[in-house]
Design a protein around this ligand. Structure first.
Ligand code: NA7
Length: 540
């Protein structure tokens, strides 16, 4: 790709990241507000998550008609999805379509990672330095770095000496990985592992899955979209947009307004069976109290565990897969294509590494604490991400008086609405910790944040306001609100979840996303705008 010729070093706005968030933010600032804006992107192309996560089976868990921008009918009408859940290559094509259609690439500097960003109070400018030494100044700094973009690679001793190949799913080689005839070790059974394991099993000589925490999964029931459904989508832009903006999770389907105990047990099973056959995240929407009431949750959990035991033929393997230690959907609930069925293949085996953790990577494979060694040619790390705070902290952002974001967040992320931090004027975060983000359909959360930030910057420019930042007391209030929202659900019961930062050793255990739902969140954000940006300090 040709590098755009970017001569200027001073911009109204600098956006970091060219995924769903950064592309839309650039369009809004440049084409709606008429600002000079630049995007810095570490990858060689647009796409963010969908640029990096190219592992076999990578696919979106939200349905395609809801997993896209809805701000422009023209953009919506100009694209047709092919499957119920879009695969990674198709989403990447979609984001390139958007970037080309809106002529965004000319203002994106690719292969460019932020090494540091410092607020210069005297000049009221952000000074940004990239890995290749470029120095850029901007009035507004907007992070569009995604929530899951810093790979978590466990610090196993011996990895550097492994003589086979190893890869992390979030940094997948562009040329792919050839598993044919290979002994593959696969670490991790989160959403990523559950997608990749069935596909890799098809070509590997042998696949050994190392499972630390057993996980629920519901069939996705992916399929090509029928001509009737495509027609429905093409005729219903406004209705789909309305639907995704009216549900708590930003999905184009609502949560049934009934308790699991409003129906007799036999009827409950019928409803679960129907949801299982329909497939997808909608399973969670069968009853309204699945994430609020442990007894209600148990009915869903028991149903899925019974399905695992029906599908998996070897009882010892079924036991390991069904021995799940958290409520259903308290961790991010995966959906799959033939995940549990894959364990019936002769070339797949499952090792429980909760009982005997992985102790080391050896030159020829992997060793667990019980002294067993597994000979491997390739090791796949589907070990997740330093979620939400990781991508922000690695940019080495320093605000007023040199206070770093890492210092400000030593005890966990503290901000206002996930958007702004006291001491960091004119720094905006798209889908930052403290916002609904990963608990919702991401493009919907992203459109809301981008539009809020755009409106805020327009407000400042119209009124000659030079700086905006969160007030410390607003952050205190918001942290409390985020905790209360989480505590009203079963989400904190999953003690090992990345929502809590528990997957990264040493990371503060704080429930990061706002669990109060997209509708409530949007109304809080809109309301404080009406009250003159209540909770923020604005200065001329
Ligand atoms: P996740 O959901 O964080 O899953 C990572 C998996 O890797 C999970 O099963 C972990 O077990 C496992 N893991 C992590 N470290 C280790 C070590 N040291 N030993 C053994 N196993 C380990 O990441 P994903 O990429 O699957 O999904 C991230 C999100 O991307 C997903 O939720 C969607 O929103 C898209 P653990 O559960 O921590 O015991």
């Amino acid at each position: 790709m040709d590098m755009p010729k970017i001569e200027s070093r001073v911009f109204d706005a600098l956006v970091v990241g060219a995924g769903f968030s950064g592309l839309y933010q650039l369009h809004c600032l440049r084409d709606k507000l008429g600002l000079s804006a630049l995007v810095l992107e570490a990858g060689a192309g647009v796409g963010g998550t969908w640029y990096w996560n190219r592992y076999p089976g990578a696919r979106c868990d939200s349905e395609s008609h809801g997993y896209c921008y809805t701000f422009s009918k023209e953009l919506f009408d100009g694209w047709e999805w092919s499957e119920r859940y879009p695969g990674q290559p198709e989403i990447l094509r979609y984001l390139n379509y958007v970037a080309d259609r809106l002529d965004l690439k000319r203002d994106i500097r690719f292969d460019s990672r932020v090494k540091g960003a410092r607020y210069d109070e005297g000049a009221n400018f952000w000074r940004i330095v990239t890995n290749d030494g470029a120095e850029i100044s901007a009035r507004y700094l907007i992070t569009a770095v995604g929530c899951l973009s810093t790979a978590n690679i466990p610090d196993f001793p011996g990895l550097a000496d492994f003589k086979g190949q190893w890869v992390h799913t979030g940094q997948w080689p562009h040329k792919g990985v050839d598993f044919s005839g290979k002994r593959v070790g696969f670490i991790g059974t989160g959403s990523t592992g559950i997608q990749a394991i069935p596909v890799i099993a098809e070509t590997a000589a042998h696949l050994t899955v190392f499972q630390r925490t057993a996980n629920y999964s519901v069939p996705a029931r992916n399929a090509p979209l029928t001509p009737e459904f495509r027609h429905y989508v093409s005729e219903n832009h406004a209705a789909i947009r309305r639907a995704t903006r009216s549900t708590q999770n930003g999905q184009p389907f609502g949560i049934e307004d009934r308790s699991a105990f409003d129906v007799p047990p036999e009827r409950r099973l019928e409803l679960y069976e129907a949801a299982w056959n329909k497939g997808g995240l909608q399973f969670r929407a069968t009853f309204r109290d699945l994430l609020a009431n442990k007894a209600a949750n148990d009915t869903a959990a028991d149903f899925i565990k019974s399905k695992i035991r029906q599908i998996v033929k070897d009882p010892a393997t079924a036991d390991k897969l069904a021995d799940i230690d958290h409520p259903y959907a308290a961790k991010r609930p995966p959906i799959d294509t033939d995940y549990f069925e894959t364990y019936n293949r002769a070339n797949v085996s499952l090792v429980d590494v909760r009982v005997a953790p992985i102790e080391a990577i050896t030159r020829s494979g992997l060793q667990t604490r019980d002294g067993r060694e597994y000979a491997l040619d390739i090791i796949v790390f589907a070990t997740g991400f330093d979620a939400m705070t990781g991508p922000l902290l690695r940019m080495n952002i320093a605000g007023r008086d040199g206070l770093t974001l890492a210092e400000a967040w030593r005890a966990g992320p503290r901000n206002y609405l996930g958007l702004q931090v006291a001491g960091f004027p004119n720094l905006f975060m798209i889908t930052g910790p403290g916002s609904p983000s990963v608990l919702t359909n991401m493009p919907v959360a992203i459109e809301q944040h981008v539009e809020w930030i755009t409106g805020c910057i327009a407000h400042m420019r119209e009124r000659g306001i030079a700086r905006i930042e969160a007030r410390p007391e607003s952050m205190d209030r918001w942290v409390k609100t985020v905790n209360e929202a989480a505590d009203a659900t079963l989400l904190p019961m999953a003690r090992h979840s990345w929502y809590l930062g528990a997957n990264v050793p040493g990371k503060p255990r704080v429930f990061m996303p706002y669990a109060g739902g997209m509708v409530r969140y949007r109304s809080i954000c809109d309301d404080l705008v009406r009250k003159g940006y209540e909770g923020f300090a604005l200065s001329r």
